[in-house]
Write a protein that binds this ligand. Structure first.
Ligand code: ADP
Ligand code: ADP
Ligand code: MG
Length: 490
């Protein structure tokens, strides 16, 4: 059994991992950047060492992380999410140094972490994928042929993309050359990998994903779905389970297929299969697999009563997932809200600096995963997630009411956060009806287009012009037009 677990991460997920490691009677070990010495997970670590150098880079410094883990005597490394969690070089380096990587094998990271390879694996396992082309595309001519075949609008995506970055919507052939060039250069800059591919852009879509566990020997289970369509800039703000607009038999079928895909590659560890569900139908299409623990994994923990980090440790030690996981049932309803250090009323601009006041909610069915404490600060070096606030209830209505109370009770000052905004959003008709899609937040908050991500703002602008008669071309009105329903009721 693994005994000493080095946590190659920071923030809320490092604390989340350290808690389970301690509860199981194992030792947590840490490494921290020059600005992170005060993070609370370090107080749960048996030992921790500083990581030297640029604080923005140290959690990506494979050599230094391996050296640190070894000098602390670690026998396993947990990568958390983000940073090196889906990096095959890191997984290989951990294993070459004689430690267990708490995650899939390096080969599985290569085969499934790459969106194009994952499309192919899904196709082979009989899982439906988004209409598109399962090869990377380098030249404009090929791109235009494929886009014409798929039909506009199309989405250019980075094969190595993640975190909602590296995607471009293209609404017409004449815009393709420019979009392709930009997508390639963005992908190169963000992921050091300029390979892109093209799939159909599904204008009104829901994002529904399935949590899976694989034992590495060809056994896999799925643990229910999470609906993640409340997004801004392709990044999730709210996740819930069960998915309100997915019929239970459809969700069950997604679960069966997701587990089949994981089993077909002898997947080892926790992972998530993400699907796009066109609004209003019963079709679903695989979009990607995340070969790691996901930010929103506590939703599944509330629904199943499992501890997914404990499952990861059991799988990494060779014991496989638990009997409880193999026979897990879901009950009630769970919702997570991401409290992010951004101003939602000013285009989700980052808000950084000292945290003077930090007060979190508690109560029946409430869970808070956070690193934030008074005296610490939100640094520009790292992602802006301050806290995940979750509510479980026997029904969706109870879960919403509990989450609203919890978000309204959350006090963070002077850094601005999404807490109040999300409390308002879940109180409105768009959310309570369950009829939301991945564009709802952007339509809702951005009557002038000013809060929209660049490519949507451009579409909104073009649409405005076309209404004034100064340009032609059919634009996806639905997508860019503000609905304003909820704003009026405020
Ligand atoms: P996905 O890749 O499907 O978005 P996650 O939501 O688990 O999966 O997030 C993956 C990575 O992106 C993590 O490193 C996380 O810190 C970062 N991230 C996710 N959501 C946000 C957000 N709203 N703002 C900033 N960073 C985010
Ligand atoms: P990432 O690795 O950045 O998480 P994903 O492929 O999971 O990339 O896409 C992120 C988000 O972008 C999805 O949750 C969804 O909102 C949107 N998206 C992705 N593919 C499509 C598509 N084909 N049509 C419409 N929206 C999409
Ligand atoms: Mg994704």
């Amino acid at each position: 059994m693994l005994q000493r677990i080095f946590i190659a991460n920071r923030g809320e997920i490092a604390l989340r991992i350290a808690r389970t490691v301690r509860r199981l009677g194992l030792q947590a070990l840490g490494g921290f950047s020059s600005v992170d010495g005060g993070l609370p997970h370090l107080r749960l670590c048996a030992r921790a060492m500083p990581l030297l150098g640029d604080p923005a880079r140290v959690y990506l410094d494979i050599d230094q992380l391996i050296d640190t883990a070894r000098s602390l005597g670690a026998d396993a490394v947990h990568p958390g999410y983000g940073f090196l969690a889906e990096n095959e070089d890191f997984a290989s380096a951990v294993e070459s140094a004689g430690m267990a990587f708490i995650g899939p094998t390096p080969d599985q990271i290569v085969a499934l972490g790459d969106k194009v390879q994952a499309r192919k694996a899904a196709e082979r396992a009989g899982v439906p994928i988004v209409p598109g082309h399962s090869e990377t595309i380098a030249d404009v001519k090929t791109a235009q042929d494929i886009a014409a075949r798929i039909g506009y609008p199309v989405l250019i995506k980075a094969a190595g993309g993640g975190g909602g970055r590296g995607m471009r919507i293209v609404d017409a052939a004449e815009n393709l050359p420019d979009a392709l060039a930009r997508a390639q250069s963005e992908a190169k800059a963000s992921f050091n990998d300029d390979r892109v591919f093209i799939e159909k852009y599904i204008a009104r879509a829901r994002h529904v994903e399935i949590q899976v566990l694989g034992d590495g020997r060809g056994n896999a289970v799925s643990l229910g779905e999470r609906e993640c369509s409340v997004q801004r800039r392709h990044q999730k703000l709210i996740e819930e389970s069960p998915a309100p607009a997915v019929p239970p038999e459809v969700a069950t079928r997604m679960g069966v297929l997701a587990a089949a895909l994981a089993a077909s590659v002898k997947y080892r560890g926790a992972g998530t299969m993400e699907f796009i569900v066109p609004f209003g139908g019963t079709d679903f299409y695989f979009i990607e697999m995340n070969t790691r623990l996901q930010v929103e994994h506590p939703v599944t923990e509330l629904m199943t009563g499992l501890d997914l980090v404990e499952e990861q440790l059991a799988i990494a030690s060779g014991a496989g997932f638990s009997k409880a996981a193999a026979s897990a049932k879901i009950s009630g309803h769970a919702i997570e809200a991401r409290v992010i250090a951004e101003n939602p009323y000013a285009g989700f601009q980052p808000s950084i600096g000292a945290l003077n006041v930090v007060q979190f909610p508690a109560g029946p069915g409430i869970r808070v995963d956070s690193w934030a404490e008074p005296g610490l600060a939100v640094s520009p070096h790292y992602d802006s997630l301050l806290a995940k606030i979750l509510a479980w209830g026997p029904t969706r209505e109870v879960a919403i009411a509990r989450l609203r109370g919890a978000l309204n009770e959350t006090l963070i000052h002077p850094v601005q956060t999404t807490a109040g905004f999300l409390a308002e959003f879940i109180s409105g008709a768009d959310f309570s009806s369950g009829h939301y899609d991945t564009g709802t937040i952007e339509r809702w908050r951005a009557p002038d287009g000013e809060n929209l991500p660049a490519e949507l703002a451009a579409l909104a602008e073009a649409e405005k012009l076309s209404r004034q008669g100064s340009t032609s071309g059919a634009l996806p009105r639905q997508r860019a037009r503000p609905m304003g329903r909820w704003q009026q009721s405020n």
